[in-house]
Design a protein around this ligand. Structure first.
Ligand code: CP
Length: 347
């Protein structure tokens, strides 16, 4: 039994096998390898793509996805050890998760505290606290079936691996090609999870990866070091740049993503003031013209003419819809890998 919490828990060959399975399924068809399998899904935050792509992935493979979020208005679970539960929590994950496990073959969880916190209605924990990923790690601790991360505070591995599939679909062999992840302006402080997983996946593909962002918007150092180590294993590289123009030079892929600054973590009004001067961090034609006819990627949802101009998003270089569709195919491959019946061949 193995959880799917971050791609960095998996070997690069294992991940490549999942991508290849997804590409074969998309091109040539698939077997119903998840017949009688049940996926229980918990969304602690909103979702369009992830929710729909897991439901359709399970359905295509003959299984059933149960969305336990519907109408629940949140889950009053207790996560703390030795808690005296005399307030609002009504059930400890120590009971809830084993019960769910008895009736499910896998459990999928979306739990991103920053999405809630950036609404400014909740107390924001320090990055070190948020990084513990308490919700999904508690599910993983008490589950007796695989737990799949549908986006936590720290990782969004299904997005990262789906992006890797899309890159392979568009570029063929991406080894040595230039991948740029660019921070872009967004009116809200967004989680770093997607950016972290996108970088890990691009490094796993052996690409020449550059992350460009304004000073103060560095990603987590531990994750950058892991990505660098994984890039070394594939013959790729990872460099950091504060100049968007320099970073875009000769790129084959430009991926845009916004995230909140660790330096100002939780102090969002302070971050907001500094960020107001960074509205020029947008992807536009002038910058895309510096690239080697790069494809434009974005995980969606996207803020038009804030993160990227209409001209680029509506151009032939934009592959954001394929990228979103591929979430379904890669999740079919991930679920097949984790809980699929093993006596089948795809395609
Ligand atoms: N990209 C992504 O995860 O989209 P949703 O938030 O709509 O699931």
């Amino acid at each position: 039994m193995k959880h799917f919490l971050t791609t960095s828990d998996f070997g690069q060959q294992e991940l490549m096998n999942m991508i290849k399975t997804a590409l074969v399924m998309k091109k040539s068809g698939w077997k119903k390898s998840l017949q009688d399998r049940i996926l229980s899904m918990f969304f602690f935050n909103p979702s369009l793509r992830t929710r729909l792509s897991f439901i359709t992935a399970m359905d295509k493979l003959g299984g059933l996805a149960v969305d336990l979020s519907s109408g629940s208005g949140g889950f009053p679970f207790e996560f703390k050890e030795n808690a005296v539960m005399d307030k609002n929590t009504i059930e400890h994950v120590k009971e809830a998760v084993p019960v769910i496990s008895r009736m499910s073959d896998a459990i999928a969880v979306r739990a991103s505290e920053l999405v809630t916190a950036s609404s400014k209605s909740v107390k924001v924990l320090s990055w070190d606290e948020v990084k513990k990923d308490t919700t999904i790690q508690s599910f993983a601790k008490y589950a007796t079936v695989p737990v799949v991360n549908m986006e936590s505070n720290v990782y969004h591995p299904c997005q990262g691996l789906g992006d890797a599939m899309t890159i392979m679909e568009k570029l063929g062999n991406p080894k040595g090609k230039k991948y740029v992840l660019t921070w872009v302006y967004h009116p809200k402080a967004l989680p770093m999870a997607t950016a972290n997983s996108q970088i890990l996946s691009a490094c796993d593909l052996g690409m020449q990866v550059t992350i460009t962002y304004p000073e103060g918007w560095d990603l987590d150092e531990d994750i950058i070091n892991t990505a660098k180590a994984r890039a070394r294993q594939t013959g790729g590289s990872l460099t950091l740049a504060n100049s968007q123009q320099e970073a875009f030079q000769d790129a084959h892929i430009v991926c845009a993503k916004s995230w909140g600054s660790i330096r100002h973590y939780g102090a969002w009004s302070k971050e907001d003031k500094i960020k107001k001067g960074l509205k020029h961090w947008i992807v536009d034609k002038q910058k895309m013209d510096l690239t080697d006819n790069a494809y434009f990627m974005h995980c969606l949802p996207v803020r038009r003419n804030v993160e990227v101009t209409d001209e680029i998003l509506d151009s032939l270089s934009s592959i954001v819809i394929d990228e979103a569709e591929n979430r379904m195919w890669i999740q079919m491959a991930i679920l097949d890998y984790l809980i699929g019946k093993k006596d089948k061949n795809h395609g």
